[in-house]
Design a protein around this ligand. Sequence first.
Ligand SMILES: Nc1nc2c(c(=O)[nH]1)N[C@H]1C(S)=C(S)[C@@H](COP(=O)(O)O)O[C@H]1N2
Ligand SMILES: [Mo]
Length: 422
Amino acid sequence: MAEQDKTSRRGFLAAAAAGSVLAASGAHAQGAGARAADKAITELPDWSKYLGDGVADRPYGKPSKFEAHVVRRDVEWLTASRQSSVNFTPLHELDGIITPSGLCFERHHGGIAEIDPRQYRLMINGLVDKELVFTIEDLKRFPRINRVHFLECAANSGMEWRGSQLNGCQFTHGMVHNVMYTGVPLKHLLNEAGVRTNARWVMAEGADSSGMNRSIPLAKALDDCIVAFRMNGEMLRPEQGYPVRLVVPGWEGNMWVKWLRRLEVTDMAHLAREETSKYTDLMADGRSRRFTFVMDCKSVVTNPSPQAPLLAKGQNVLSGLAWSGRGTIRRVDVTLDGGRNWREARIDGPVLNQSLTRFYVDFDWQGQEMMIQSRAHDSTGYVQPTKDELRKVRGVNNIYHNNGIQTWLVRSNGETENVEIA
Ligand SMILES: Nc1nc2c(c(=O)[nH]1)N[C@H]1C(S)=C(S)[C@@H](COP(=O)(O)O)O[C@H]1N2
Ligand SMILES: [Mo]
C-alpha cells in the first residue's frame, strides 16, 4: 500500500511542478501572454523535423511510450505467491466501455498456462449421450456469436468490508474488465453431446496447474454461456485463458474457467474448493452462504479518484463505470457533497446487457472539498446499496460480493482519497 500511496503522490507532485495544478481557471486554453512564452508553440519539435519509424518497425502495435504508466498493478502484501495472485485494471486511466486486452486484470491460481493450440482439446463427458472431444478448429465450425460482457471477480472491493484500506480505484475496483468475446454458445456443444434428462449441472475444469473447476447450473449453461476463443477480435490472451475460456455473463469471475479443458455434465454440484471454502459469503451470524453467482449492480467514479486527482479549477469532467449482472444500467446518480444532493449522470456510449456502462457528470469546481459517490440503478429496479446497508446483513468478516457505494474525498488542492462517510 505504501507503494501506491507514493505513486499517486508522486504523480500529483509532478503535475504540480509542471504548473498545471490549479493553474488554469477553466477548461479553456492559456491567454496570449502565456502563449508567446510557450516553446511548445514557438519552436518546431523534433517530431516535425525528422522522419518517423516505418511500417515494418511495429508489426504488433503498442501504446505510446508516454503511456508507460498505464499498466496493471498488483499489491504485493495481498497474496503470498506470484502464481496464485491478482493484479488490477487501471480503471482511472481508461474511458469508454472496452478494456484494452493488455490491461485486463489477471487472477490466476496456478500461474498462466501456456497451451499449444494444436495440442488443445475440450472434452464433454458425464451425463451425455455421447462423450465428445473438440479441437479449436472443431469449435470454429460451430455457429458463433459476439458479446460484450464484464467479468468481475467476486473479491473485487473485498478489502472495503472493514473500511477503506487501498487508495486507488485501480485497487478497490480494478478486478473487473469488459471485452467483446467471440465464441460458440455452450448450448450448441451440449446439444451435440445430448444432455441426459437427470442432468442439472455442468462442471467446468481448467487445464492450468491449479485445475480450477466450478459447477455451473445446467439452466445457465443452456441459457447464455459462451465457449469463447477470441477477445476484442483477436485470440484470447494467454492471461485470459488462451485458447479457450468459459464466459458466464453477469456471474462471478471465478466461474469463467480459463484454459477450459473439460465440461462434465452431472446431476449435482461438484462442491469444488472454489465453491465451498472460497467464494462463499460469511454472513453476520457466522453462517456461510454459498452459490452467490450473480454480481449485483455496482458503480464507481473512476475520475477523480485517488490516483487521478483534480488538476484544475473550473470546468471538469467526472467519469465512472456502472454494471449489473442482472441486466442493463438504467440510471446512475452522482453526489459531490456526500449524499446531500444527487444529480443524474449522463450515460454515454453503448448500454449493453451485463456490460460496463460509462457515465459522466460535467461540473464546475472552485476548490471546494467534495465527497463524491455514485449510485447505479439496473433494469430490474435494483438500486446499489451503501456499504453500511450491506454490513447490516453480511457483517464485516466477508470478503466477496461487496457492491457498496464508494466515497472519494477530494481535497481543496485536488488530491483525492478513499474514505467512508460515518
Ligand atoms: N483455469 C482457471 N480459471 C480461472 C482462474 C484460474 O486460476 N484458473 N481464476 C478465476 C478467477 S478467481 C477469476 S476472478 C477469473 C479472472 O479472469 P481474468 O484473469 O481474465 O481477469 O478467472 C477465473 N478462471
Ligand atoms: Mo476471482
